[in-house]
Design a protein around this ligand. Structure first.
Ligand code: PMP
Length: 419
């Protein structure tokens, strides 16, 4: 398998995996909070596919819903005929979304959902040469359009970027105000509500309320990227719900597919949607991709939402997240010279080490010291994922700040897993 990956998928990535020892791990099974590798070793998943596995691996109810759907021989493609599955999922998403966030576009990834979000906002802004504001250290995907709004030299490489953009520091209302007040072509502000790739960075309620008021005053649309922080991750369905404000457009993906399907969704207010695509002539500008709203993905996502609420995974995220945060903060208080800060909400937590080094292996050393002598020299990791081998725990690094470890376990995580 390792050779096939090297020969046909990504030789460069294979090189890193080999350096770090990941190429030898073959996952045979994944259930609930755990992976099992070829040696029978169980690995506790605190990485969760960067927040993609709210229900854990292979949730039995999600599997059963998919099996029922397959047995019934239903249709998949949602383009030729109206799809009852796409319609039902859209209705459920509208019900989960506050305010007038009622109109849903279905796709397969977070990038696709964000592309759709930016397109609808740009059209609805009414500006011909619409400019978009995004934040420093933002991550909105790697497809060609949103890549321009992802503030990463690593991912942007030397691709030609598109669109007229302004970049402001995240959480800086004054900077945003200056940009919006000085250029009437600014029509859209795009922000993750909690920055994931930036290292689990939030902003206070005053910022979000100020942003909402500013946007309303200048007829600017606010797009909230909830691909990573949404779907209950922070202890509310949407992270912006902590702040008593509602964006004009938002996007979900990752856990929306309940760990089994690729589903991304853009959700816009009816007003925004109608401004952008409300006439038969403009409707096709917005048309979905071939696999947007396919049956199996929608059935999976619908059951995923049922499980999310039936099992109160959002409540669990808030509760277990508070417990995890408190346990980590106690460690931080004991070792402030090693751990700089522990932050986050719900089960979206960042653990920032003191900046001992900018290189990956050196940055790991303080963690080894905190956890156990036994761990020394036995860590391995790759772009965001670190396998704490002796403890068999998988966590994620952070692209833009390598001193930050991201903890985004499934929302079924309990105190025993935290312990
Ligand atoms: N937005 C955010 C905030 C994300 O974290 C991600 C994925 N890490 C994306 C968009 C893109 O999602 P996808 O990888 O599914 O295209």
């Amino acid at each position: 398998m390792a050779d096939l990956f090297k020969d046909h998928i990504n030789p460069g990535q294979f090189h890193f995996m080999k350096l770090l020892g990941f190429h030898k791990v073959k996952i045979e099974r994944a259930e609930g909070m755990y992976y099992t590798d070829q040696t029978g070793r169980r690995i506790l998943d605190f990485f969760g596919g960067f927040g993609s596995l709210a229900h854990g691996h292979n949730h039995p109810r999600v599997l059963a819903a998919r099996e029922r759907f397959q047995e019934e021989r239903r249709h998949e493609i949602a383009i030729a005929f109206l799809s009852q599955y796409a319609a039902a999922l859209a209705k459920n998403l509208a019900a989960c979304s506050p305010g007038a966030l009622d109109m849903v576009f279905l796709g397969s990834t977070g990038s696709e959902a964000m592309e759709a979000a930016i397109k609808v906002a740009e059209r609805a802004s009414g500006r011909k040469a619409c400019k978009i504001v995004h934040a420093e250290n933002s991550f909105h995907g790697k497809s060609k359009g949103v890549l321009s709004l992802t503030d990463s030299p690593l991912y942007q490489g030397d691709f030609q970027l598109v669109g007229n953009r302004y970049k402001v520091p995240f959480g800086d209302l004054e900077a945003l105000k200056r940009v919006i007040e000085n250029d009437s072509d600014v029509g859209v502000v795009v922000l993750e509500t909690v920055q994931g790739g930036g290292g689990i960075i939030g902003a206070p309620t005053a910022y979000w309320q100020g942003l909402r008021a500013l946007c309303d005053r200048h007829n600017v649309l606010w797009v909230a990227d909830e691909v990573q922080c949404g779907y209950g991750r922070t202890g509310k369905f949407y992270a912006f719900e902590h702040h008593g404000v509602v964006p004009d457009v938002t996007a979900l993906a990752k856990s929306l597919g309940a760990g089994k399907a690729a589903v991304g969704a853009m959700i816009a207010t009816r007003d925004v949607y109608m401004k952008a695509y409300g006439t038969p002539k403009t409707a096709m500008i917005h048309a979905q991709a071939t696999f947007g709203g396919i049956g199996e993905a929608c059935v999976t996502a619908i059951e995923g939402l049922n499980v999310l609420y039936d099992e109160d995974l959002i409540g669990n995220s808030a509760e277990t997240g508070a417990y995890l945060l408190a346990r980590l903060q106690a460690i931080q208080a004991k070792y402030p010279q090693i751990i700089k800060e522990v932050r986050g909400q719900g089960l979206m937590i960042g653990l920032e080490f003191q900046d001992f080094s900018r290189t990956l292996p050196l940055a790991l050393r303080p963690m080894v010291a905190v956890l156990d002598d036994k761990l020394k020299g036995s860590l391995s990791g790759f772009i965001g994922a670190l396998l704490l081998k002796d403890y068999n725990v998988l966590v994620a690094f952070t692209e833009y700040n390598r001193n930050v470890i991201r903890l985004e376990p499934p929302l079924i995580c309990g105190e025993s897993h935290v312990d």
